[in-house]
Design a protein around this ligand. Structure first.
Ligand code: 5GP
Length: 194
């Protein structure tokens, strides 16, 4: 996606060979015009899938996921990172190892928002090792709902997540794929940029 690639080039900060900071338009301050275009792009890629819910994890996935849900005309559910005060029996629970925080946390979704009749699209801001997506898939499967695909804003193609998820037969669509962050520079996988 051209606009996203340009934004990454002009505003992205390479923190290390593994981490890209995009807090001026996605992870802290959000660019609503870009988020709207991201929502349209994901909706276009998954429109034929009869999606009933969009799911993400708080907090950085919420912007792009909400715009996608709006375009598809379905609700957005964001998994919460802390247990709510309700009983555990009301929740689907999974464990996720956070790439950025380097710690394991529990994520939860209320059972009342997802069931076996749902076809779910997962949206997230970044794909690194796939742990966030796998945690969401685990909860969707606990609900006996269907995972119809995963939309990722920025996939770091040099990490394992994309391969792990695609090997499971899941349709993964990324709007920008980064081939490397070495020497302080962002290099894209060209074919993701059309
Ligand atoms: P994964 O679960 O695929 O290992 O990592 C994805 C999650 O970690 C995303 O939800 C995102 O919040 C965070 N993340 C992974 N890599 C990066 C990165 O390079 N930059 C930022 N800002 N977040 C990242």
């Amino acid at each position: 996606m051209r606009e996203l690639k340009e934004k990454i080039m002009s505003e992205g900060i390479v923190l290390s060979e593994h981490v890209l900071k995009v807090d001026s338009f996605l992870n802290h301050q959000m660019d609503p015009v870009l988020m709207k275009k991201i929502g349209e792009a994901f909706a276009e890629k998954f429109r034929d899938k009869k999606i009933t819910k969009v799911i993400t994890i708080e907090s950085s996935g919420i912007g792009p996921a909400l715009m996608t849900a709006y375009e598809l005309g379905v609700p957005l559910i964001f998994a919460r990172k802390r247990k709510s005060l309700t009983l555990n029996s009301d929740l689907y629970i999974s464990k996720v190892y956070s790439f950025t925080k380097q710690e394991e946390s529990e994520i939860t979704i209320s059972r009342k928002f997802i069931d076996c009749s749902d076809s779910v699209l997962i949206i997230d801001d970044f794909l690194a090792n796939g742990q966030a997506a796998l945690g969401l898939i685990d909860m969707i499967q606990q609900a006996k709902a269907q995972v119809v695909g995963i939309g990722i804003v920025i996939e770091k193609a040099f990490q394992d997540g994309g391969r792990i998820l695609r090997e499971r037969g899941i349709k993964v669509e990324s709007l920008a794929q980064i081939a490397s962050l070495s020497d302080g520079k962002v290099r894209f996988v060209e074919e993701a940029l059309a």
